[in-house]
Design a binder for this molecule. Structure first.
Ligand code: HEC
Ligand code: HEC
Length: 742
């Protein structure tokens, strides 16, 4: 190496060392440090000195100078990245390259437990096929138009992704050419959530939506796992021998004979997107809540398994319960955070009362006599207005009389144990997710935020508390009481069920998924996701968890003040991977940055866990995008016309296919001049991906547009958000149909 090259290396090393002492870790400080290093070394006449030093000593000196420079960089790098706003640069560049390199495919996540739609952007008019994983089938994509293709992938039909977790090679064949892209595969493990006891309380039923199973557990811990249809969402004993199973992706409700006679299930066709179930007091009626395009309640006659009535609803019901008799049914809907009471008047069901709660029912349970319901909420605001407190959460259980429908009592649950030292910190009673009434009338509550179960007895002041986290049952969801007072608790994150018998020294834990140890050895990616799932539900010292607003990773459909005195509608955190940066203003470069909120604003966690930011990000990254109701069954000709309108109106410049986002930020005042007066001058808005957009109402950053059509008409007065002014009503309808198909 020549003297000049060595001199240059020394200059760089000295500059980096100087830079690490600069008052600000900025780029300009690096330039100043470089000039200073050049001046310093020429003042010392370094070139001549280097020429005269013996070779061995020179090498040692050089190593010392370079080492010092390296240390300087190591010290200053993190601060530099932060100061210059370069955090998450790798994620942003990675996501951008992925969507700009043709052929491009989106979304980035492939899950193994459900059918999914992917979009490919390639040459118009070509034949395009896609293979997910080395062993997958080659699937033909269908061109929507203009080089945009859609491909339907059903892991059950087309082969599960392989490898099952982590980077997944995807082959895209266009014409004669083959390209390889890397997506992210996730194969969820068993997730038992809600529990339903049999009439004699000898056993309980649960479903695992992720692994398509019905699970039966006896009070002694014996387990039976029965394969059921696609995406089971709820299970309920209709009598001692039969369990009704609702499905997300299968049009039939199943009635499964659980006596082990080998008889197949009875199927009742009522349509997909079945959610919760409820059984009437006499056992003769079964109510099923359905979401999707036309949400409704379906009432079945248990004996004949026939549909007795259908009641159309404006929004999907989250929870159902019968009142005191077979003719009274209460449904909780998230969209309006209200309980609706329906009454059967000779075969037609009419709404007779509505009770606004202000926040959606997170869970609810019926008292034995149906005269009351127990409803968990994150706050109670009967006037329906949003609470203006910053990130305001106040977990409570409401006792609701069913006739007339009214709140009779409220119990705040969050409280502090001696483990906490600071006033205001809580570590008990956060995020109640499961409620059941014990035989003796006591209330049983599972708290996902604080890994515990309470038994609340009206006759004693303080609830009895069981730490289920000690038995490895993190973030418990479901609770049921079995014979002899044994409590059954579900922990979906760990795929396990715990039995807490009155007289047993230790709980018995039934594992439906591999243990943490087994995952660590064979599937560390799945273990990361599992730990992240716990992080997501875990309460901070402020009693708030991610779950408090993002109900099961979706939105509570409320608006919250996130610190700057403006109310922002909660976004779903599903389908995020590959869309960096995050939040509506794009201010969070990486998913892992969200942990920052929990640590700074919510005063951190009681439980110290290294790598929490990464495990939380791993969990969020593996959440599939939300399902929309139209999908492949939409009217293709109309969707194709809509795509042409989409192109003509200039939408792709910011919502570029196949992700339908350019991953860029835009000045809010430039996009919506009519609102400029209400906005901070330099407010930026991230161009969101339009995949699954139909599932995300209300729209725009403050939720001011109720429908997609309103985004394109009422709320685009200045015609800057795409050129929609010239579109006819029909063209706009086609465009909306196209957006709904994404
Ligand atoms: C007090 C309610 C609340 C809590 C608690 C909360 N969030 Fe949010 N979250 C919101 C709201 C409101 C938004 C929309 C913000 C905006 O408009 O940019 C949001 C946005 C997000 C987004 C961006 C979604 C997108 O499309 O860009 C992610 C990711 C997210 N939250 C994750 C989390 C995680 C992880 C936690 C727990 C550490 C958490 N949130 C806790 C209310 C909350
Ligand atoms: C100049 C860039 C730009 C163009 C052109 C553009 N958009 Fe947008 N779009 C955005 C940004 C930025 C947002 C976020 C606005 C907000 O958060 O209030 C957005 C939001 C949306 C939303 C609401 C998404 C949600 O979840 O709230 C829809 C729907 C949408 N755009 C559709 C379209 C259509 C259709 C066109 C063409 C007619 C179009 N956009 C043209 C940048 C653009």
């Amino acid at each position: 190496m020549g003297v000049r090259a060595i001199r240059q290396l020394v200059v760089i090393a000295v500059a980096l060392s100087l830079w690490s002492f600069a008052p600000r870790p900025a780029f300009w400080a690096l330039c100043v440090a470089y000039v200073a290093a050049v001046l310093l070394l020429s003042a010392l006449d370094a070139g001549r000195f280097i020429g005269r030093v013996p070779r061995a000593a020179g090498l040692v000196l050089l190593a010392i100078v370079l080492g010092a420079g390296g240390l300087g960089v190591a010290r200053a790098w993190g601060a530099f990245v932060e100061y210059e706003g370069l955090g998450g640069l790798a994620e942003r560049v990675g996501d951008r390259v992925r969507v700009e390199m043709l052929p491009a495919i989106a979304p980035r996540l492939v899950v193994a437990d459900r059918p999914q739609t992917f979009f490919v952007q390639a040459q118009a008019g070509e034949e395009v096929s896609v293979r997910f994983g080395a062993r997958g089938k080659l699937l033909r994509a269908r061109e929507v138009g203009g080089g945009l293709f859609r491909v339907e992938y059903d892991p059950k039909r087309d082969g599960a992704p392989s490898p099952a977790d982590g980077p997944l090679p995807v082959e895209i064949a266009c014409g004669g050419r083959r390209s390889e892209r890397t997506l992210l595969a996730a194969t969820p493990l068993a997730h038992p959530r809600w529990l339903a006891a049999s009439p004699d309380r000898a056993r309980a039923a649960a479903v695992s939506e992720e692994t398509d199973e019905l699970v039966l557990v006896s009070a002694r811990g014996e387990v039976r796992r029965v394969g059921v249809g696609d995406g089971p969402t709820d299970a309920l004993f209709v009598d001692a021998a039969h369990v009704a199973v609702a499905h997300r992706d299968e049009p039939a409700l199943w009635i499964v004979d659980v006596r082990g006679t080998g008889a197949g299930p009875r199927r009742v066709e009522i349509g997909t997107r079945q959610a919760r179930l409820a059984l009437s007091p006499s056992g003769q009626r079964l109510a099923v809540g359905r979401g999707g395009r036309a949400p409704e309640l379906v009432l079945l006659d248990v004996a004949s398994a026939g549909v007795a009535a259908r009641v159309a609803l404006p929004a999907a019901p989250d929870w159902l319960a019968f009142g005191a008799d077979d003719a009274t049914l209460i449904a909780a809907t998230r969209a309006d955070a209200t309980l609706h009471e329906f009454r059967d008047a000779g075969g037609t069901w009419r709404e007779i009362a509505a009770l606004p709660l202000g926040r959606p029912a997170v869970t609810l349970a019926r008292a034995h006599d149906g005269a009351r319901l127990f409803v968990a909420v994150t706050d109670y605001e009967p006037d329906g207005r949003a609470h203006l407190g910053n990130h305001f959460i106040q977990d409570q259980i409401l006792t609701v009389d069913t006739s007339p429908l009214r709140v009779a009592h409220s119990l705040l649950t969050a409280r502090r144990s001696p483990r906490q030292s600071k006033p205001g910190d809580v570590d008990r009673g956060a995020s109640p997710l499961g409620i059941a009434q014990a035989r003796d009338g006591a209330l049983l509550v599972a708290f996902a935020g604080t890994d515990e179960v309470w038994r609340i007895d009206a006759s004693t002041a303080e609830p009895e508390m069981i730490d289920v986290g000690d038995a490895g049952l993190y973030a418990p969801h479901g609770i049921a009481e079995l014979a002899g007072g044994t409590l059954l608790v579900s922990s979906p994150a760990t795929g396990s069920l715990g039995l807490f018998a009155r007289d047993a020294a230790a709980p018995r834990v039934v594992h439906l998924a591999p243990s943490d140890g087994a995952l660590l050895a064979h599937n560390p990616t799945a273990l990361e996701r599992r730990l992240g799932e716990r992080d997501f539900y875990e309460a901070t010292r402020a009693g708030i968890s991610c779950q408090s607003c993002h109900l099961h990773a979706d939105s509570d459909e409320r608006a919250h003040n996130l610190g700057d005195h403006r109310l922002l509608p909660t976004l779903s955190v599903r389908g995020m991977t590959g869309t960096a940066p995050y939040l509506r203003d794009g201010s969070y470069p990486r998913l892992s940055d969200l942990d920052h909120v929990a640590r700074m604003l919510y005063r951190g966690y009681l439980r110290k866990t290294p790598g929490r930011a990464e495990t939380m990000a791993a969990f969020v990254a593996a959440l599939p995008r939300r399902e929309t109701s139209s999908g492949a069954s939409g009217d293709l000709a109309r969707v194709q016309r809509g795509l042409r309108v989409f192109e003509r109106a200039g939408c792709p410049s910011c919502h570029a296919p196949p992700l339908f986002s350019g991953l860029g930020q835009h000045l809010a005042a430039g996009l919506f001049p009519e609102r400029a007066a209400q906005l901070p001058r330099d407010e930026l808005l991230d161009a969101p991906s339009l995949l699954s957009v139909a599932a995300g109402a209300p729209y725009l950053s403050d939720g001011r547009a109720r429908t997609l059509d309103a985004v394109l008409s009422q709320h685009n007065r200045d015609n800057r958000h795409g050129d929609t002014a010239r579109l006819s009503r029909d063209e706009r309808a086609d465009l909306v149909a196209f957006l709904e198909s994404l």
